[in-house]
Design a protein around this ligand. Structure first.
Ligand code: ATP
Ligand code: MG
Length: 457
């Protein structure tokens, strides 16, 4: 799309030379001489860029700017004036004029400003678009479910999002949607403008986790070459999501408890207390009562976390939601993989119904992704539904039990095995590389590289 420029300038010579330069660049140019004409032109259609003279015959550039900003915040406005006065500049910037350039100026200088300004607007638009997508992705609608247990859950989520509850505990088996619910709560609360930071309590060693959470001072330990802010500080005003909190090392549990009680903490190696305003959401799929009995989890921390506790029901207890989620994922993957799937056979449905779904929604999603990939007709049949780890791995050798035979091993076989798997993946997906890559858990580039290596491309 052509960039639309409005030149508002009463001096004909300047207008003319600007028009020349912009048309050379392929911009679409409209020029006017007065403020009123500028506002009229703006009413008729939006511009990407306005070059605005400060001293116009009928009003000032600031008046025009105000009128423009009432309608649109994105248009880049560059104020041009011979009367360089700080106050005008300050006011223009307050109104959101991007730049201020004093006459006389070199056109090349102006063009640089224009480029920078347009780039910033592009970024701003992209950020806004991303926010919108996030909202869509993490709006309430993102959580699928109509079972009574889920309807109750929606009510709780709404309440928690709206209120200032500072601690939320999410419990439920693996794959029931704890991460999803945490993000939805964040994005529907007034904290959404600030960060959602996510940390998995088992991914790091105890000391790393501590400095990750609370930050550290320079020299606090051997590797601490620089001072570092912790996630709690970075999330100020937003949300910290502590995933797998049930597996947090005991020493840190005590520090977390103290933070939850006082909302203050010290960076590692510091004596200064820092207070922050963060909502802490913690999640675990562990049986905490058992962990408490076994001395791995602090009872007082559980009470502290339990202020508002949200329990996510397992999929097998959610009645028709299985059906609902099946429809959703089949439609989603069919469109993603461009497959003309219209139906799920009764046999396939029964197979899904008779399974207990230990991995819950995550497992269902994976099973259906695979089913859509494997499906060769317009209907998903029972044989497209591959359930459970045993079945899934039955046709691949088991690494753990594989031992080098005493007589040795022909390494060439590995190459043949790779080539064999690649060929199968292509066959099963009718030579669709994107789908084959998915089936082999490779990126498309890596798949292509391997196909090339084996002369299959
Ligand atoms: N009710 C739901 N509606 C739509 N998608 C869901 C729902 N519940 C879970 N999912 C999807 O299932 C997958 C797993 O969910 P999530 O990561 O939130 O699980 P979890 O409870 O955090 O599991 P874990 O304990 O293993 O971390 C995600 O892709 C998520 O989007
Ligand atoms: Mg999770």
């Amino acid at each position: 799309m052509k960039i639309r420029v409005l030149i508002v300038e009463d001096e004909e010579l300047i207008r003319w030379s600007l028009r020349q330069r912009f048309e050379e660049r392929g911009y679409q140019v409209v020029e006017v001489e007065t403020g009123q004409a500028a506002l009229d032109a703006f009413d008729e259609g939006l511009f990407d860029l306005i070059l605005l003279d400060y001293r116009l015959p009928d009003m000032t550039g600031l008046d025009v700017l105000r009128g423009v900003r009432e309608v649109d915040h994105d248009t880049v406005v560059i104020m041009m004036t011979a009367y360089s006065s700080i106050e005008t500049a300050v006011e223009a910037i307050k109104l959101g004029a991007f730049h201020y350039i004093t006459k006389p100026f070199q056109i090349s200088q102006l063009l640089l400003t224009v480029d920078k300004a347009l780039e910033t607007t592009k970024l701003r638009r992209e950020v806004r678009e991303l926010r919108r997508q996030m909202k869509q992705e993490f709006g309430m609608e993102a959580i699928i479910g109509r079972d009574a247990s889920m309807l109750r859950l929606f009510e709780i989520i709404k309440q928690v999002s709206r209120t200032g509850v500072s601690t939320v505990f999410l419990r439920g088996e693996t794959g029931t949607g704890k991460d999803l619910v945490a993000r939805v709560i964040h994005h529907n609360s007034d904290r959404a403008v600030n960060s959602f930071v996510n940390i998995t309590c088992t991914a790091l060693s105890e000391s790393l986790l501590e400095s990750e959470l609370f930050g550290h001072e320079r020299g606090a330990f051997t590797d601490a070459k620089l001072q570092k802010k912790g996630l709690l500080e970075l999330a100020d005003g937003g949300t910290v999501y502590l995933d797998e909190v049930g597996d947090m090392p005991p020493a840190l549990q005590a520090k977390l408890l103290r933070f939850l009680e006082e909302r203050r903490f010290r960076r590692v190696g510091s004596t200064k207390e820092i207070s922050v305003d963060v909502r802490v959401m913690a999640a675990t799929n562990r049986d905490l009562e058992q962990a408490i009995a076994g001395g791995q989890f602090r009872r007082d921390l559980m009470y502290r976390l339990n202020v508002v506790s949200i329990h996510l029901p397992p999929l097998r207890a959610r009645g028709d939601d299985l059906h609902l989620l099946t429809q959703h994922y089949v439609a989603k993957f069919a469109s993603e993989f461009r497959k003309p799937i219209v139906k799920i056979s009764e046999d396939a449905r029964e197979r899904l119904r008779n399974y207990t779904w230990p991995g819950n929604v995550r497992e269902l999603r994976n099973v259906l992704e695979r089913a859509v990939l494997l499906c060769k007709s317009e209907t998903i049949n029972a044989e497209d539904i591959v359930l459970g780890p045993a079945e899934r791995h039955s046709w691949v050798w088991d690494l753990e039990t594989m031992a080098l035979p005493p007589e040795g091993f022909d390494f060439e076989k590995l190459r043949r095995l790779e080539s064999h798997l690649l060929r199968q993946a292509l066959e099963q997906t009718n030579n669709n590389q994107t789908q084959a890559a998915k089936l082999l858990n490779l990126s498309r580039d890596r798949l292509r590289y391997r196909l090339q290596k084996h002369g299959l491309l």
